[in-house]
Design a protein around this ligand. Structure first.
Ligand code: FMN
Length: 387
C-alpha cells in the first residue's frame, strides 16, 4: 500500500503522518466485509450507559477561560458529543493544583457556572461528559501558583523536562514537600471539586492518578521518597489515591467515578521500579470502590513504544475485575482488535478526536480520518476548532 498522503479539501489528509490513516483504511475494508464494529457498539461502564466505545481522552487546551469571544469551550465539547463519553480536559481542584495557564478549575462558583455551559451544550447534543479532577503537583511552575510559591509534591524531587511557561518552555523547579498535616486538605480539595462537578451538571468524574501529576507522584517510587505513611511500600504510596477515592465516591458513587493511570508512561522522568506489582496491588485495592472504569494510558506516541510497556495494561486486565478503558496511540484497526480480543471495554482517543470531532461517525461510515499535525507544537495549546 502506498504511503503517499492524498489531500481532499483544506487540511484533509487521508493518510496521516502517524500512519493512522493507512491502518484505518485497512480496518474499513474489514468492516465492509460485514464485521460488526465494536468501537461503535453501545456498552456500560458502571452506571454510565455509553452509546459507543469510542471515548474522548482528556486533552489540555489552556483555552477554557471565559473571555467573551474566546469562550469556545461549549462549542468545542458539543462538537465532540458523539463520543461514547467525553473526559474533560484536566480540571484543577484548587488554585495550587494548576499546572498550565488558562485552565478552568472547579473551586469557585464562577467555575461551576462556566462548566455548566459546557455540560449543557454536551447534553443538548445527547452526549455525556465527566470532569477530570486534577492536581499537577510538581508539574507546575511558581507562575501558576498563588503568591508565586513553589509547586507541591510528595517529595522535593524535580521532574526532568520542560514546562510550558507563560513565555515559553522553561525547566521545572524543585517542588516543596507536602507536610503530613497538609495532605488531608489536598484530599478535601478533590472532594470539594467533585461536589462542584455535580453542581456543574457533569455525569461523573475521572480522578487523574496518572500522567506524572500529583497522585501519580505519590504512587511511584521514582518521585516519592517519603518515610511517613504515604511513602515507602506500594501500599503506603497508594494511600493518597485511596484517600481521594474515599473522599470522592460518597459524593458520586463509584459507578460514576473513573480513575486514570499511566504506570507505563514516564512523563517528567517519573518512573517506578516495579510497575506491574503496583498495577496488581491497585487493581485489588481499588476494586472495593466499584468504579465505573480504570483508564489506562499505555503509551502516548503510538506503537513505536517498546512492547514491554504493554505489560502494565495486561497486568490490569488480568487483575482488575471491572471495566477497562485503554488509551495511547490507537488507530481504528488496533482499537477494534483490542475490543474484539477482550483486552478492553472501550478505547479513548486523544489526537484523533482533536482532528476528527465526529470520530464515531467517521468510524461508523468508514470515512477517512483527518490527521492531527503533531509537528505544529502550538496546536497543543491554541488549537482552533476543527483542527
Ligand atoms: C494536545 C493534547 C493535550 C493533552 N493534554 C493532556 C493532559 O493535560 N493530561 C493528560 O492526562 N493527558 C493529556 N493528553 C494525552 C491524551 O489524553 C492521550 O493520553 C494521548 O493523546 C494519547 O492518546 P492518542 O494516541 O489517542 O492521542 C493530551 C494529548 C494531546 C494530543
Amino acid at each position: 500500500m502506498t504511503q503517499t498522503p492524498k489531500t481532499r479539501g483544506a487540511g484533509h489528509v487521508e493518510r496521516s503522518e502517524t500512519g493512522r490513516g493507512g491502518s484505518h483504511e485497512a480496518w474499513f475494508a474489514e468492516g465492509e466485509r460485514g464485521k460488526t464494529k465494536l468501537l461503535i457498539a453501545p456498552t456500560r461502564l458502571g452506571e454510565l450507559y455509553l452509546r459507543n466505545r469510542t471515548l474522548m481522552a482528556p486533552i489540555t487546551r489552556t483555552r477554557v477561560v471565559p473571555r467573551g469571544q474566546d469562550w469556545l469551550a461549549p462549542a468545542y465539547y458539543a462538537e465532540r458529543a458523539s463520543a461514547g463519553l467525553i473526559v474533560s480536559e484536566p480540571v484543577p481542584v484548587s488554585e495550587r493544583a494548576s499546572g498550565y495557564a488558562d485552565s478552568l478549575g472547579l473551586f469557585t462558583d464562577e467555575h461551576v457556572e462556566a462548566w455548566s455551559t459546557v455540560t449543557r451544550a454536551v447534553h443538548e447534543q445527547g452526549g455525556m461528559i465527566l470532569a477530570q479532577l486534577w492536581h499537577a503537583g510538581r508539574l507546575s511552575l511558581p507562575e501558576y501558583q498563588p503568591g508565586g510559591a513553589d509547586p507541591v509534591a510528595p517529595s522535593s524531587l524535580a521532574p526532568d523536562g520542560l514546562a510550558y511557561g507563560p513565555k515559553g518552555p522553561v525547566p521545572y523547579g524543585v517542588p516543596r514537600t507536602l507536610t503530613r498535616s497538609e495532605i488531608p486538605f489536598v484530599v478535601d480539595e478533590f472532594a470539594e471539586a467533585a461536589r462542584r462537578a455535580k453542581r456543574a451538571g457533569f455525569d461523573g468524574v475521572e480522578v487523574n492518578a496518572g500522567d506524572g501529576y500529583l497522585i501519580d507522584q505519590f504512587l511511584r517510587d521514582g518521585s516519592n521518597s517519603r518515610t511517613d505513611c504515604y511513602g515507602g511500600t506500594i501500599a503506603k504510596r497508594s494511600r493518597f489515591l485511596i484517600d481521594v477515592l474515599d473522599a470522592v465516591t460518597p459524593i458520586w458513587r463509584g459507578g460514576r467515578v473513573g480513575v486514570r493511570l499511566s504506570l507505563a508512561h514516564e512523563r517528567g522522568n517519573l518512573r517506578d521500579s516495579d510497575p506491574v506489582s503496583l498495577a496488581k496491588y491497585l487493581s485489588r485495592e481499588i476494586s472495593a470502590f466499584d468504579l465505573a472504569y480504570l483508564h489506562i494510558v499505555e503509551a502516548v506516541d503510538g506503537p513505536a513504544y517498546p512492547p514491554s510497556q504493554y505489560g502494565v495494561a495486561r497486568a490490569f486486565r488480568n487483575a482488575w475485575p471491572g471495566a477497562l478503558v485503554l488509551n495511547g496511540g490507537y488507530d481504528a484497526r488496533r482499537a477494534e482488535a483490542a475490543l474484539r480480543a477482550d483486552q478492553a471495554d472501550a478505547i479513548s482517543f486523544g489526537a484523533p478526536f482533536i482532528a476528527n470531532p465526529d470520530l464515531p461517525e467517521r468510524l461508523r461510515s468508514s470515512e477517512p480520518l483527518d490527521a492531527f499535525d503533531r509537528s505544529k507544537g502550538q496546536l497543543i495549546f491554541s488549537t482552533p476548532l476543527h483542527q
